[in-house]
Design a protein around this ligand. Structure first.
Ligand SMILES: CC(C)(COP(=O)(O)OP(=O)(O)OC[C@H]1O[C@@H](n2cnc3c(N)ncnc32)[C@H](O)[C@@H]1OP(=O)(O)O)[C@@H](O)C(=O)NCCC(=O)NCCS
Length: 171
């Protein structure tokens, strides 16, 4: 059974271990989709998903991690960052490849929208690579509207064109 919950400290530890172990296989789809494709160096990935980094994101970065569990096993997650009382950013959303394309990402996104709406948030923004057709379709299908584009210099020294989407809530 699929359940969605907000991660506590203990679950962050499990999430970090799971991500780092999945990303050990450099030939895997998840490594390709999230790392190789963007030219991200390995050290950067390891640091980004280290337990310490994720915990700091909660404590200092105003992040919340939502986990998707299938009979207790993590099969995906999302990270949101609170910008202010009215605006959150969906920083990451990943459904592990084996489970993708079955409506689970939509389920997770809808749960986040519902919870944020209840908290009085009225704006969700998300940034994704211009070339990320699947992610863009996913957001558009879920009623996100395109706000604009920008070219950014990533921390690992690559230029990337990103598209910014927004979803208005409480309308
Ligand atoms: C993007 C992602 C979170 C979507 O989750 P998901 O569970 O696969 O999505 P769903 O099954 O709920 O699909 C919803 C819609 O997304 C789009 N979509 C999903 N998979 C797709 C694919 N392989 N190709 C094109 N569009 C796709 C479709 O519009 C789909 O609607 P449809 O099923 O009616 O055609 C997931 O595929 C993923 O983790 N991808 C890799 C990481 C990523 O790109 N994350 C987002 C940027 S951080």
């Amino acid at each position: 059974m699929i359940t969605i919950k907000i991660a506590g400290k203990k679950e962050i530890q499990i999430l970090s271990k799971k991500l780092l172990s999945l990303l050990e296989d450099k030939n895997s789809q998840i490594y390709h989709e999230n790392v190789t494709k963007f030219g991200i160096p390995e050290e950067y990935v390891k640091k980004a998903f280290a337990e310490d980094t994720l915990l700091k994101a909660i404590l200092k970065g105003k992040s919340t991690f939502y986990l998707v569990l299938d009979d207790g096993e993590i099969i995906g997650f999302a990270q949101i960052i609170q910008h202010d009382t009215k605006t959150v950013e969906l920083d990451r959303i990943i459904i592990f490849p084996k489970y993708a394309g079955r409506g689970i990402g939509t389920q997770l996104l809808q749960k986040i929208i519902q919870q944020q709406e209840q908290k009085g948030v009225n704006n969700i923004i998300v940034k994704t690579g211009k070339e990320e057709k699947r992610a863009r379709q996913f957001y558009e299908k879920n009623s996100f509207k395109q706000l604009g584009e920008e070219t950014v210099d990533t921390p690992w020294g690559k230029r990337l064109t990103i598209v910014i989407y927004q979803l208005h809530l409480n309308e």
